[in-house]
Design a protein around this ligand. Structure first.
Ligand SMILES: [Mn+2]
Length: 324
């Protein structure tokens, strides 16, 4: 069997999900299957090209639903998993027993591990560390901002290389390794360690820039990274630098989009009462209740700044109605 697995690209949870799914499939479905992997990114308009579903079986993990009849397996935990209401209806009518959605999970990796254990009896003690860290990384479950920013644990170093690295084929190389090799070994691989050092220096550089231009007002820190052209930053930096803030809003550039990131301080959650996915959805974005993003076309800096300003203002005021 040839299995084509689609996963959330440049994302630790996306790769870990693909790795756990692979082990599950090999163990419980068809031993000796051949796997290929394709990463997917959230763009202003992400449509699935059906011709991509060219495996004997096709799977999507940690990414939006597709109604294609060629999609056999699907696991996701994003609140905005469905592009259209019809997609959600299609999913709810599915009786294959191979498509699963639960937005209460912190990571898709944990969702896959839990469901495959419950429904298919899949046991995977050697992947417990990978599953544990996918949950921490994707769920922002760090004990403090310093752990997330200083990055001692191997999973965090690998996540940095994955999220920020220009190495396009990294996930395809990493996913098969993740199925069998401990993170403490993977982190020592040249392909990771060589990429890590300059990225960590860049990370410290962007940290200093955000320290200079970031402003925290009424619980919301805002910074614009379009002028220095900083495409990626560690999302915990604002909370490390401004521990008193509740939300962070930023605008960052890249070749294929202008991105507005909206996050909430994991160490100040009792004050974070807005649903960020709902706010972002209003502007065509999405995410989770505690973290979301809006993608615009690459030349939309002014529009992005205007939207960011609206979001900042909204987050500075209490939600109009808090439904219980
Ligand atoms: Mn995820």
């Amino acid at each position: 069997m040839r299995i084509h697995v689609f996963f959330h690209d440049h994302c630790f949870d996306g790769a870990a999900s693909a790795a756990v799914f692979t082990r599950f499939y090999e163990t419980c479905m068809h031993p000796g299957s051949e796997f290929s992997y394709t990463g997917l990114a959230h763009k202003a308009s992400q449509l699935f090209d059906e011709s991509l579903f060219d495996g004997n079986e096709n799977a999507i993990v940690d990414f939006k639903y597709s109604t294609s009849p060629k999609l056999n397996w699907w696991f996701d935990h994003h609140q905005s998993a469905f592009l259209k209401p019809e997609d959600a209806d299609h999913f709810h009518q599915d009786r294959s027993g191979k498509k699963f959605f639960d937005p209460n999970y912190k990571s898709c990796t944990k969702l896959i591990a839990t469901i495959t254990k419950e429904k298919f009896g899949f046991e995977t003690p050697d992947l417990a560390d990978l599953i544990h860290w996918a949950d921490i990384v994707d769920g922002a479950l760090f004990p403090n901002a310093e752990t997330a920013v200083i990055m001692q644990p191997p999973a965090l170093r690998i996540a940095l290389v994955m999220e920020a690295g220009p190495d396009g084929g990294l996930s395809q190389w990493l996913i098969p390794k993740m199925t069998t090799t401990p993170l403490s070994e993977i982190v020592k691989e040249d392909r990771i360690s060589r990429a890590f050092q300059p990225l960590f220096e860049q990370h410290m550089h962007s940290l200093e820039y955000i320290r200079q231009v970031g402003k925290c007002d009424r619980g919301v820190v805002f910074f614009d990274l379009t002028s220095p052209g900083i495409e990626v930053y560690n999302k915990f930096v604002p909370y490390y630098l401004f521990p008193e803030c509740v939300y962070s809003v930023s605008v960052s550039p890249s070749s294929f989009r202008t991105k507005i990131s909206v996050g909430s301080n994991p160490w100040n959650q009792e004050k974070a009462v807005h649903n960020l996915a709902t706010i972002c959805e209003r502007y065509g974005g999405g995410g989770h209740p505690r973290v979301g993003a809006i993608s615009l076309a690459p030349d939309s800096k002014e529009k992005a700044l205007a939207i960011a300003h609206e979001v900042v203002t909204e987050l500075q005021s209490p939600p109009e109605i808090i439904k219980s």
